[in-house]
Write a protein that binds this ligand. Structure first.
Ligand SMILES: *Cc1c(COP(=O)(O)O)cnc(C)c1O
Length: 432
């Protein structure tokens, strides 16, 4: 077993995964089960009433997925975690616990393209609204909050742009506003808890696409919502009725009264996963657990390689700009040093003087680097967002999201850096 006093690298290998209690298997098995036998009717009733923690049906919980939840809660320093089928499912499930029709979430306009789509269009079908603001200015976030705001949502290290937000100032904006505190949700996918632990700077909820750096090898889709357990939902029961008012589903139980700091995590399992149905598969949880064991090694190497590639691009005659917070002249360098002292991550963008045409040619010309829509793989990956991930957005929306026509995004892998540079060199040369 791990202790919470163990260092991060030790917890990355051990947290949540003692030897299997049933068999002694050292690696947590893939519990490829949909359902679990009850001891007797009293045991079944206690499980269904949430009086006892245990396994009923794998849409709610599964032992392999549970191990991953415990590991992720430990790595983020949270009170509990709920895994989902994908990062987007984790975002939707988190809003589902907080929002009702007519409510809004104040969101940074520097988000992953898929999140901009989810927040601009899909959530409207629930009667929810996202208010996008320039979160590089925390005052703009504070101004956008009203009585119907239920959360603030940001990526501190933003995809795709090499932008770092002032996390502590954003937490203050979310907590100290005239309408009463709202939780700050951080999508920590790009940083991972190795580079940044948002709870240490005032965030309340962390979500991840574990598809990316946590699983790390491009093999498993998944997501997670981790709750710090510190936000006081009970202080504003009318604002957060799902958590702080009696729920009809469970005989009028109040989650905050019954579960205290585990209220949101219990709600996510008992109602979020139960009703939205976006459970993670045990196979993907197994792959993600294995991947996380090397997270500290990989993130250090990803960040070192990314810095070297960014410095090289910066000197290249065909490159007009490089947006990487690890570069000393980045406007976000001071924030990166404060919040990401171990490195500024693997994902960044650069601009080609040849614009849209050159961007398309470079992504078609690389040989070692893969042209695809993913980040956080051991392999180096490249994409031209304006023609792919951000193509649904109008041009001004693309530019606001850091994905204008000349922009190329890299997710720098853990290969030998000289090979990554050589591949980019030939692709840029061939693009003219
Ligand atoms: C990929 C990604 C998501 C969405 O995650 P999926 O697992 O693809 O659903 C959300 N946020 C960020 C920052 C991402 O990179």
């Amino acid at each position: 077993m791990t202790e919470s006093t163990h260092a991060f690298a030790t917890q990355a290998v051990h947290a949540g995964t003692p030897a299997d209690p049933a068999t002694g298997a050292r690696v947590t098995p893939i519990y490829q089960n949909t359902s679990y036998v009850f001891e007797d009717s009293a045991h079944a009733a206690a499980l269904f009433n949430l009086e006892k923690v245990g396994y009923i049906y794998s849409r709610l919980t599964n032992p392999t997925v549970m191990a991953l939840q415990q590991r992720l809660a430990a790595l983020e320093g949270g009170a509990g975690a709920t895994c989902t089928a994908s990062g987007h499912a984790a975002q939707l499930m988190t809003l589902f616990a907080l929002m009702g029709p007519g409510d809004n979430v104040v969101a940074s306009n520097r988000l992953y393209g898929g999140s901009l789509n989810q927040f601009s269009n899909a959530i409207r079908k629930f009667g929810w609204e996202a208010r996008f603001v320039d979160a590089t200015d925390p005052a703009k976030v504070a101004e956008a909050i009203d009585a119907k705001t239920k959360a603030v949502f940001v990526e501190v290290l933003a995809n795709p742009g090499g932008i770092v937000l002032d996390l502590a100032a954003l937490a203050e904006a979310a907590h100290d506003n005239p309408t009463g505190p709202v939780p700050l949700i951080v999508d920590n996918t790009l940083a991972t808890p190795y580079l940044l632990r948002p709870f240490e700077h005032g965030a309340d909820i962390v979500v991840h696409s574990t598809t990316k750096f946590l699983s790390g090898q491009g093999t498993a889709l998944g997501g997670v919502a981790v709750d710090s357990g510190k936000f006081d939902f009970a202080a504003q029961p009318d604002r957060f009725p799902s958590l702080a008012r009696p729920v009809p589903d469970y005989h009028g139980m109040v989650f905050t009264e019954t579960f205290g700091p585990a209220a949101l995590t219990m709600f996510n399992h008992a109602i979020g996963l139960r009703d939205l149905g976006a459970a993670q598969s045990p196979m993907n949880a197994f792959l993600t657990l294995s991947g996380i064991e090397t997270l500290p090694l990989r993130m250090a190497r990803h960040s070192d390689n990314a810095l070297a590639v960014a410095q090289w691009l910066k000197r290249h005659a065909a490159v007009s700009w490089v947006s990487y917070a690890g570069l000393a002249d980045s406007p976000y360098h001071a924030l990166a040093r404060r919040y990401l002292p171990r490195g500024a991550g693997a994902v960044f963008t650069f601009g080609l003087k040849g614009g849209y045409e050159a961007g398309v040619k470079v992504v078609e010309g690389v040989k070692l680097i893969s042209h695809l829509a993913n980040i956080g793989d051991t392999r180096s990956l490249i994409i031209h967002p304006a023609s792919t991930t951000h193509r649904q957005l109008p041009e001004e929306g693309q530019i606001a999201a850091g994905a204008g026509p000349d922009v190329v995004r890299l997710s720098v892998g853990i290969e030998a850096v000289e090979d990554i540079v050589a591949d980019l060199d030939q692709a840029i040369a061939n693009a003219g």
